[in-house]
Write a protein that binds this ligand. Structure first.
Ligand SMILES: [Zn+2]
Ligand SMILES: [Zn+2]
Length: 426
């Protein structure tokens, strides 16, 4: 099979899931935000409307079409990241135990802070007269943002937006769930900035405690006056660079004043809003599971009973296939004190070779997300070669193999770190 053909098979197996996750979370987040605005309109949100103008149906159609195009761009980049991660160019890991929860949290927070800077400066650059038409024109066709505006980008802008993720992951080792959480965070903050109503619990005065978090009014003002408010999550870049809209605080105070009348019904509205947010989080997690299933099997695995450690790597000279060789043996020596050899091999010429280093898994291909098949597994204990399927299930590797179609075996392999962490926890 040519490498182009195998790339195509890989694409067909993985890309539909990535695209479904990208497009699905946009539709769910923007859809639920629209539903929230609609459901609580009379209960107080109409008092928090930022602009007197209302977006037209034509605006919504354009925003949805261009946003779906953006999710396609994101998914293509996501597929390239999948290939890059396998080739070892990105340091994305799946084993939570390897670096622990503190590392997970710290890298997630750092990624958000770094992305805020990336956004501020690339966004400001895209407003340069030479770049605006190519990069950022479509986004600013929306004068009155709606939740559907969130991904309404020109293709070059979509590429600039998503480029941050692989660049960051090339430098900082990230857990794949941290990247997923980051994507949900940026989407929710993006949607919040485009709802057209002020969602934050603003008071009349600038908040000392939360003043560094941008409100919905902050980005809405950027659509009204594109020369100010370039920041995404935090207000510090705009403050530092003197680009905050001069009336920003006054507008927020005015909305706070207007919304006081709707306060009586707010507790009830807050309850339903919480339920809706939990629904978004649930949907996000479910799609996260779907994405996690496409995880990588590269790296070290302890075979059942910790008899050996096998390392998976892309096979030499065959793209998109995985091979595994023995790295370490529980019983490294035979009873005579000599290094163990491949003594049960059906091929007598191979019986003298040292067992450590023998390639026992060959030519596995990912035929569906998280499912690898088409290869062979050699079991040195009985000298037989099995054909079968390897499946990632809950962080463990499930191997099902049959020799001569009758002698079937099932084994579960685990990450050595997972076993060590379990032992430490005893
Ligand atoms: Zn915008
Ligand atoms: Zn802009």
């Amino acid at each position: 099979m040519s490498s182009l053909e195998s790339l195509w098979r890989e694409f067909a197996a993985v890309f539909p899931t990535i695209f479904a996750v990208e497009a699905g979370r946009y539709v769910i987040a923007a859809g639920l935000a629209s539903l929230l605005v609609w459901a609580f309109w009379t209960a107080g949100l109409k008092l928090r409307k930022i602009q007197p103008r209302t977006a037209l149906a034509a605006d919504l159609r354009r925003e949805i079409a261009t946003s779906l195009r953006t999710t396609l761009v994101f998914a293509i980049v996501g597929f390239c990241m999948h290939l890059a991660a396998r080739a070892g160019w990105l340091s994305i890991y799946q084993d939570f135990a390897v670096r622990g929860p503190a590392y997970f949290a710290a890298t997630l927070v750092l990624m958000i802070v770094a992305h805020d800077a990336w956004y501020y400066w690339t966004h400001r650059a895209m407003h340069h007269p030479r770049l605006f038409r190519t990069f950022h024109w479509t986004h600013h066709r929306s004068k009155t943002p709606t939740p559907w505006t969130s991904y309404a980008f020109d293709v070059p802008e979509a590429l600039v937006m998503v480029a941050f993720v692989p660049l960051w992951a090339a430098v900082v080792p990230m857990h794949d769930l941290a990247i997923f959480t980051f994507m949900i965070w940026q989407l929710l903050r993006n949607v919040a900035g485009h709802t057209g109503v002020e969602l934050s619990p603003v008071s009349g005065k600038p908040s000392r405690l939360f003043g560094w978090l941008n409100t919905s009014t902050h980005h809405d003002l950027h659509h009204q006056a594109p020369g100010s408010n370039f920041g995404l999550y935090f207000s510090w870049w705009d403050r530092m660079m003197g680009t905050e809209h001069p009336e920003y605080q006054a507008r927020v105070a005015e909305i706070a004043e207007r919304s006081r009348a709707g306060r009586k019904r707010a507790p009830e509205a807050a309850k339903v809003a919480t339920v809706l947010l939990l629904a978004v989080a649930g949907a996000g997690l479910a799609s996260g599971r779907a994405q996690a299933a496409t995880g990588d099997i590269a790296g070290r695995w302890a075979t059942e009973g910790f008899g050996s450690i096998v390392e998976f790597r892309p096979c030499a000279g065959a793209a998109n296939t995985m091979c595994g060789r023995i790295l370490w043996l529980w019983k490294g020596d035979d009873p005579g004190g000599r290094r163990r050899t491949d003594a049960r091999n059906s091929d007598a010429a191979l019986r003298a070779r040292p067992l450590v280093g023998v390639e026992i898994v060959r030519g596995l291909r990912e035929t569906a997300p998280g499912v690898w098949s088409g290869g062979s597994v050699y079991n040195p204990d009985d000298g037989r070669t099995y054909t079968g399927t390897v499946r990632l299930r809950g962080g463990a590797l499930e191997l099902k193999g049959c020799a001569l179609n009758v002698l079937c075996q099932t084994q579960t392999w685990r990450r050595p770190e997972e076993i060590i962490a379990a032992v430490r926890g005893l």
